[in-house]
Design a protein around this ligand. Structure first.
Ligand SMILES: [Zn+2]
Ligand SMILES: [Zn+2]
Length: 194
């Protein structure tokens, strides 16, 4: 029996075989075993693809939240890219549909790059659904210098970073609750590689 049958409905059917390599270790049984061997704090789950931002306290030597910490305690070689003032101001101005329109293509490409596209489809589909539902697929298109400048940042962010930033900027809503729930399932389905 195979974990992911070839007929499974993924949208990455046209990718080159090399993309499938990243999916190899993401075997459910192996993931559960690794999680059982070493308890992980919530923020470190699914490191490195979709873990949370690295914990500054842990990096400085001690994190009081320990096993309950919502930030990643695993090793990160690259700093998490953060928005600067101009990017933060622009993000605040964007409407929900505009945010989705900017973030969704990046979420897809980063999931593909991390080899988790098939697992990311449920959460991405929920977010895409919200965009299509409102019939604003084209009118939500954002083209300006600020948008281009923001995309430079987004292109450097991981799938998990992008999700966290999108949820934060969308603000509390049923859509975010549903998507967040699906995203947590995704995180828990991935093993962690220290
Ligand atoms: Zn991490
Ligand atoms: Zn911590």
């Amino acid at each position: 029996m195979v974990d992911a049958p070839e007929g499974s409905p993924t949208s990455d059917g046209q990718t080159t075989p090399s993309h499938a390599l990243g999916e190899g270790p993401a075997d459910a049984a192996q993931g559960n075993r690794e999680l059982a061997d070493r308890p992980l704090n919530p923020g470190s789950m699914a490191h490195p693809q979709v873990c949370r931002r690295p914990c500054v306290f842990f990096q400085a030597g001690h994190c009081e939240n320990g096993d309950n910490c919502g930030y990643c305690h695993m090793r990160h070689d690259n700093r998490t890219p953060l928005p600067d003032r101009r990017q933060r101001a622009f993000l605040r101005k964007l409407r929900r549909t505009e945010l989705l329109h900017i973030f969704l293509p990046r979420l897809r490409s980063q999931a593909k790059r991390a080899g988790i596209l098939s697992r990311a489809v449920p959460v991405v589909t929920i977010l895409e659904g919200a965009l299509i539902e409102q019939g604003t697929l084209n009118t939500a298109k954002v083209t300006c210098d600020d948008a281009d400048y923001l995309r430079v940042l987004l292109n450097r962010m991981s799938f998990g970073n992008l999700m966290a930033m999108l949820f934060h900027n969308l603000g509390p809503s049923t859509l975010v609750d549903t998507a967040r729930h699906e995203f947590e399932s995704l995180r828990q389905s991935l093993p962690s590689h220290g």
